[in-house]
Design a protein. Structure first.
Ligand SMILES: Cc1cc2nc3c(=O)[nH]c(=O)nc-3n(C[C@H](O)[C@H](O)[C@H](O)COP(=O)(O)OP(=O)(O)OC[C@H]3O[C@@H](n4cnc5c(N)ncnc54)[C@H](O)[C@@H]3O)c2cc1C
Length: 495
């Protein structure tokens, strides 16, 4: 503690965490559980509660976790913690829609948000290292180096000093889809940020919609509108027209977490390192075929998941030209196979397609303009030379968050790049970091006391989007980072 109560100042290492979504919250919790000395942990997060972030700060009953509770693991020494939370509340009784046709449970995302916010409160009240967890309900806007660490300026005018800083801001504001002119950004029918709570409520029951993007966000928007009784026609337009896939049974969660944390992933053990994307595709196809020969009806997802677990290793070893090829041609295929949604969500999308209310189309927008009758969009269908025109009342941008840190609509990250404390990774997938999440500065050296965790570090860690992957990352890197964080040189005198 900064002050021992006798008026004598003790030195305590102060860690500022910028962003209090899942990554920031679990970082704070695990630091307080793993540290051998008390830390002063200062979480900067504008939302009311720490732990929810973009994914779990939702009250929408149609928004469900895309995995059963068993996979939402926070503590590797108690992997059933969230499952027990769910069982103790008879959630299936209160929300019968949570049970999928195969009997698996897919609870609302708000439940996980409640749980996370509760875990943060529990660790604020008491934690094994006696650390202090504070929530600064504000947004960081810039950062300066001080003699001993960093000073973060907050939008509200305050500041936070810290010996070390963890960047956990993750998902940036989506940019307008290609083909939509900037002039339409503020049009009444343009919903540029589908996560804004007030925006979707503007859509009327009979309004005609163009949903751009067919990933998790697009699925969220469609089921959410259906829940509110929306009856208007919806065209879902995406580059490849691939809908999200149905989630399936994961089997043993402990084994899955072990796989995620393996230094040499199973796919690499089986096939060796890959030097081209084509080799990866062939390896997966061979594995799917082998699994189907051995087990009747074997699921392709079991083989594909080995690619997800090896994504970081594969990515780091691919030559630059292959990385470019992947980014240009295969990233959306990977996304649609990787990003699966609860079976209940797929059932609803399929039903809407059967009734003709929803249609899915592969294609791209050529141009769009507004007139007195609404929004007109000219688009091309994939492998079709013709140009089509659609009239809509609303365009909902579901192209997903922008990852490039200096273009993610987050001036704070832009500031850290501009000042050279950080630099984007070469493909702009996030920040450039080393294997422990230590941020690289503009010249490629390590920035002292500056760390990046969660999706913002995916340029090195590969597929680090879901809760199990983020949990596994932090359990792996924090034991190495903690001695670094708590070394005497990093101890700050109380302020
Ligand atoms: C819609 C959606 C649904 C998902 N569903 C699942 C699921 O069911 N299961 C699963 O395992 N994974 C799911 N995921 C994956 C999800 O990314 C992770 O589970 C996790 O939420 C990532 O959290 P995060 O804290 O890294 O990022 P975010 O949730 O983006 O949180 C970042 C936080 O940083 C704050 N912030 C940003 N800039 C600043 C700043 N300058 N100063 C201070 N604070 C700032 C933001 O307010 C935000 O709260 C889902 C993701 C999305 C987007």
């Amino acid at each position: 503690m900064p002050n021992d109560g006798n008026g004598e100042a003790n030195s305590t290492t102060t860690v500022a965490i910028v962003g209090g979504g899942y990554t920031g919250a679990i970082s704070a919790i695990l630091l307080s559980r793993m540290s051998s000395t008390p830390l002063d942990i200062r979480i900067i997060e504008p939302r009311q509660e720490v732990g929810r972030g973009l994914a779990y700060d939702t009250e929408d009953p149609a928004h469900r976790l895309n995995v059963p509770p068993a996979l939402m693991v926070l503590y590797l020494d108690d992997i059933e913690h969230f499952s027990r939370f769910v069982s103790s509340r008879d959630i299936a009784g209160a929300d019968p829609g949570a049970v999928a046709a195969d009997g698996s449970l897919y609870v609302r995302r708000s439940i996980f948000g409640d749980y996370m916010a509760g875990e943060v409160r529990r660790h604020r009240a008491d934690n094994p290292s006696g650390s202090r967890l504070r929530h600064y309900r504000d947004r960081a806007v810039s950062m300066e180096a001080t003699g001993q660490g960093y000073r973060l300026a907050l939008a509200g005018g305050g500041q936070v000093d810290a010996d070390a800083v963890m960047l956990c801001t993750s998902h940036g504001t989506p940019s307008l889809p290609p083909g939509i002119p900037d002039a339409l950004r503020d049009h009444i029918g343009m919903i540029a940020d589908p996560w804004s709570k007030s925006e979707l409520s503007r859509i009327g029951a009979d309004d005609r919609l163009l949903v751009v993007g067919a990933g998790l966000t697009g699925a969220d928007v469609v089921v959410s509108l259906r829940h509110r009784g929306h009856k208007g026609k919806i065209l879902m337009l995406s580059r490849h027209g691939l809908p999200p896939n149905r989630q399936h049974d994961f089997g043993d969660v402990g084994a899955l977490l072990d796989r995620v944390r393996r230094p040499v992933p199973i796919l690499i053990e089986r096939h060796g390192h890959f030097t081209s994307v084509r080799q990866v595709l062939h390896a997966v196809r061979r594995d799917v075929a082998k699994a189907r020969r051995e087990v009747h009806g074997a699921d392709w997802r079991d083989s594909f998941d080995h690619v997800r677990d090896a994504a970081g290793v594969i990515w780091r070893n691919l030559p630059m030209a292959e990385k470019r090829r992947y980014s240009r041609h295969l990233a959306s295929y990977y996304g649609s196979h990787r990003n699966r949604v609860a079976p209940q969500v797929i059932d609803q999308l399929e039903e809407l397609q059967r009734t003709g209310q929803l249609s899915m189309q592969a294609g791209r927008i050529e141009s769009a303009y507004a007139d007195s009758r609404g929004l007109s969009v000219e688009y091309r269908k994939r492998r079709d030379p013709g140009t089509y025109t659609g009239r809509f009342d609303f365009i909902v941008n579901c192209t997903g968050p922008v990852h490039r840190p200096d273009a993610a609509g987050n001036s704070f990250l832009g500031d850290t790049v501009a000042k050279g404390f950080t630099r984007p990774d070469v493909f702009g997938l996030g920040m450039d970091v080393d294997e422990f999440g230590r941020a690289k500065s503009a010249d490629g050296g390590l920035s002292n006391g500056l760390y990046v965790a969660g999706p913002l570090s995916r340029g090195y860690f590969g597929d680090i989007i879901g809760v199990p992957q983020i949990t596994a990352q932090l359990h792996t890197i924090l034991p190495t980072l903690l001695p670094d964080l708590t070394s005497p040189a990093n101890a700050r005198q109380p302020d």
